[in-house]
Design a protein around this ligand. Sequence first.
Ligand SMILES: *[C@@H]1O[C@H](CO)[C@@H](O)[C@H](O)[C@H]1NC(C)=O
Ligand SMILES: *[C@@H]1O[C@H](CO)[C@@H](O)[C@H](O)[C@H]1NC(C)=O
Ligand SMILES: *[C@@H]1O[C@H](CO)[C@@H](O)[C@H](O)[C@H]1NC(C)=O
Ligand SMILES: *[C@@H]1O[C@H](CO)[C@@H](O)[C@H](O)[C@H]1NC(C)=O
Length: 229
Amino acid sequence: MAPRRLGSPSFVVPWAATLLLALGAERALALPEICMLCPGSVRDLSQVTLYCKRTPELMLHSRCCLNQEGTIVGLDLQNCSLKDPGPNFPQAHTAVIIDLQANPLKDDFAKTFRGFTQLQTLILSQDVSCPGGINAWNTVTFYKNNQTCQGQRNLCNSTGDQEMCPENGSCVPDGPGLMECVCADGFHGYKCMRQGSFSLVTFFGILGSTTLSISILLWGTQRRKAKTS
Ligand SMILES: *[C@@H]1O[C@H](CO)[C@@H](O)[C@H](O)[C@H]1NC(C)=O
Ligand SMILES: *[C@@H]1O[C@H](CO)[C@@H](O)[C@H](O)[C@H]1NC(C)=O
Ligand SMILES: *[C@@H]1O[C@H](CO)[C@@H](O)[C@H](O)[C@H]1NC(C)=O
Ligand SMILES: *[C@@H]1O[C@H](CO)[C@@H](O)[C@H](O)[C@H]1NC(C)=O
């Protein structure tokens, strides 16, 4: 029997798991970059402040309202010379309320709201349209200096997901005016035509690919050594 050598796969796996855990913990503690995109903190009379103070578990940090897990539920980037919300904007996809008024935004930022399925109140300047258009929202209200887009509509209901999604997929909302097709349980791939479990592959694909390649490498070298000895 070949002797067991240091660096065999069983040593690598726990080490990698510890590292991943440590990285995860660090990410949870740090304030998301999008909260610091604009200087200062949220104004006292902002809708985001009012929303945040209404619920005791929520806290204001820079431009964000966070829950106890550090998840963004409110974001206020008003009056900060933004032409677009920037590459970190998707960090706020969990937000229920967002204020972007008094910014020189370009009117083509609808796509940046992909995945913002929780968003119920969006405050904008009057010169840009609510993302997804007027039909994507329950109410759009114009005020003197701003407008509010209120309550996302579920477009899957109106457009009929039979036409849009394949046989073994179904339509789910994916932000204002946006939807996507999700394959039914046990289906995956192009047009949801492939059958079989996919979740295990995804798991390994994200977490384990590095670990796995190191393990295979070590396994290979070890086997070669075992043969020559
Ligand atoms: C926007 O910010 C500037 C300073 O950066 C301030 O003078 C101005 O009053 C602010 N406007 C609004 C509407 O808050
Ligand atoms: C919108 O602008 C009006 C002034 O026209 C102001 O009173 C109101 O607070 C603003 N709304 C929000 C949500 O900031
Ligand atoms: C979908 O529409 C039906 C009637 O058209 C309604 O009863 C149902 O509540 C709607 N569902 C959603 C999720 O909007
Ligand atoms: C959808 O699933 C059923 C079995 O549940 C299967 O018979 C059918 O061929 C599938 N459709 C497609 C387009 O893959």
